[in-house]
Ligand binder design. Sequence first.
Ligand code: NDP
Length: 335
Amino acid sequence: NRQWVLNQRPNGAPTPDDFKLVESDIPSLNEGEVLLKTRYLSLDPYMRGRMSDAPSYAPSLNIGEVIVGGTVSEVVESKNPKFAKGDRVLAGSGWQEYEVSDGTGLMLVEGLPEPSYALSLMGMPGFTAYHGLLNIGEPKPGETVVVASASGAVGSVVGQIAKLKGCRVVGITSGGKKQQYVKDTLGFDESLDRHSPNFEAELAKAAPDGIDVYYENVGGAVFDAVLPLLNDFARIPVCGVIAHYNATELPQGPDRVPMLAGMILRKRIRMQGFIIMDHYETGYAPFAKEMTQWLKAGQIRIKEDRVQGFEAAPEAFIGLLEGKNFGKVVVDFGA
Ligand code: NDP
């Protein structure tokens, strides 16, 4: 059983030395348990937080612990009457080839165009997009919605849902094929390159009526450009701030909290953070119902960035935090 464990905590951007490949025997089963073989591993930005020992909403990994992660796994042996050999399940086996589970929390994966959709459109990132946009962003038809990392797992779904709700949608991404994909394939109204030297002016031009919903995925320079364009009563679901995940200290410069607080007050802005894990019990079923309808009707799509092989996980994860991914990163462990 090959496993990727945390070798040392990253200092800034993770490096290959922060991960260690270890091998152990495939565990044997007790009554009530199943043996899971990982087929697909989801790579997600939150894993960077788990590698750190800074306080967060979830406990840090210990050194030597298998890196956490959502998986689509196959039941290869079962001593649990609820699961049969060959079943595909959504599990949280993490960065390893095999895991023994007593069945708690496993969900059967069936009826999807691709089993890996359980990790993307129909899974955690899709649900994150849906919940943050609709329940916190509360977009109304005709309003302007802006989202960054717009070709990625969460951002691409945010923009497509906002279009389905009748909004004007501006996606921010890296230039080239990502920028083209967001406009031409996903059908956003505008798609901008966050690296452009004229980015601020381009954003102002793309949002001539101001911004009503800014779905925050990134923070950093994008947030700075969005701020002056926010309308009165704008909503900001704070989903993530990936631009800061590798930071080792606060940015230099003046304290801007008073400016930000003053703007939130004057413009009556609502800014609310959320962690999707809090919302599964009540929110997942309505999300799954509506998303299934959109998917069946061909109204929504997801681009997966498939990475081949267990060995490739660390490099793909490092790339994800640098924006090297194009779509939802899924590691295919092979048969
Ligand atoms: P993505 O598939 O969007 O991949 C990450 C993307 O972030 C990169 O491709 C890049 O996109 C962008 N990026 C990287 N560095 C920067 C930077 N310095 N400034 C701006 N953009 C940058 O990842 P996900 O869709 O999985 O995650 C998107 C966000 O959602 C993350 O912040 C994540 O932490 C958050 N999240 C939060 C959850 C919650 O419960 N609150 C749950 C799931 C995700 P590009 O090249 O297009 O700019």
